[in-house]
Design a protein around this ligand. Structure first.
Ligand code: SF4
Length: 331
């Protein structure tokens, strides 16, 4: 199956009346200009394939798409939809806030070829949403998700882990993930919270009120989330923040790593091995895995091998092309 691709077009903070604890969009949006419909047409024409764009979606990210000025939103959609009509993309993807979804707006989105809606849910605990000034509730997420599914859009849900106010980072993350599973999204994105300059989070971090999880804790949490979503057959389309140099310069604190997903995949493999070794006395073992995943099973800098060695196991990990992805044997 061809790999899904997004042609991402950033729409700045326009229309967003909120100031979430972790978001610095309001501070930087003055320096950003919203693309005109003509600019969107230029980007689509330049970057979409000339024909057969069946694996492409035109993705409007940033701010809250359905809260921007209605006639501007329709102009952007109409422009993007003309490229869908030409067969240069299969649809349009947007990422609104949960409280900016209702039947009226979904009718418009349907009319202009929107295929996927990703809700910025972030957390499924009202106390955490309130403390982080999200301006919406858990029920808003549930209502919006149900309506999106009734309309037949592909539903995506985005969550953040390690948010301010989560008294137990693992328990809160698992709770949000389980509530997501109940809403049956097609995809999820998982973003570890990082503290950016000029945000409310920076203030509570500097005051000592917010102690972000360490990278190691966050990897452990997200590896668990992978187990939950994989087990429910829900595709994780993003894990970790996009590694761009602009972001790195703005981070004050938090578990950022440019290869975060790889760390989580390695941790997930370690969890699987440990589970299988429960009740096994320490000894020399050979683990065979799919060749494409060899480095994941070994862990970064052989960290999984070292951790198993600390448990007393002398481990050799070998590639075996007869094994499918995620399959492994232990002898
Ligand atoms: S809703 Fe989105 S754009 Fe608006 S402040 Fe929150 S994170 Fe930033």
């Amino acid at each position: 199956m061809a790999k899904h691709k997004n042609l991402s077009i950033f729409i700045p903070h326009l229309g967003c009346p909120n100031q979430c604890s972790f978001c610095d969009q309001r501070n930087i949006s003055g320096a950003q200009t919203a693309p005109s419909a003509a600019e969107v047409a230029r980007i689509c024409d330049e970057f979409l394939p000339k024909e057969n764009g069946t694996d492409y979606e035109i993705a409007f990210f940033g701010g809250s798409f359905t809260a921007i000025d209605r006639s501007y939103m329709v102009q952007l959609l109409r422009t993007a939809y003309s490229f869908v009509g030409q067969g240069r993309a299969m649809g349009i993807r947007i990422s609104p806030r949960p409280d900016c979804i209702d039947a009226e707006v979904l009718d418009i989105l349907k009319q202009y070829g929107v295929t996927s809606i990703e809700l910025g849910a972030q957390s499924m605990q009202d106390d955490v949403l309130r403390l982080n000034m999200r301006g919406h509730t858990e029920k808003d997420v549930e209502d919006a998700a149900q309506l999106i599914k009734q309309y037949g859009f592909s539903l995506g849900l985005q969550m953040m882990t390690g948010l301010y106010g989560q008294k137990d980072y693992m328990a809160y993350a698992v709770d949000t993930a389980r509530k997501f599973v109940a809403l049956q999204p097609d995809t999820v994105r998982i973003y570890p919270t990082v503290t950016l300059k000029n945000t409310m989070l920076e203030k509570v971090y500097l005051s000592g009120e917010y102690v972000p999880p360490t990278l190691e804790q966050m990897v452990e949490i997200c590896a668990q989330l992978m187990e939950i979503f994989d087990g429910a057959g829900i595709k994780i389309i993003k894990m970790g923040l996009h590694a761009d140099t602009g972001l790195e310069g703005k981070i004050v604190a938090g578990p950022y790593h440019p290869a975060f997903r790889e760390l989580c995949l390695a941790k997930q493999k370690l969890i699987k091995i440990k589970k299988q070794l429960t009740n096994t006395e320490p000894k020399s073992i050979t683990i065979k895995v799919n060749p494409k995943q060899l480095s994941q099973w070994k862990g970064q800098k052989n960290s999984n091998i070292s951790q198993l060695a600390q448990m007393g196991f002398d481990v050799h990990i070998m590639a075996d092309s007869a094994l499918q992805a995620d399959e492994f044997t232990i002898d």
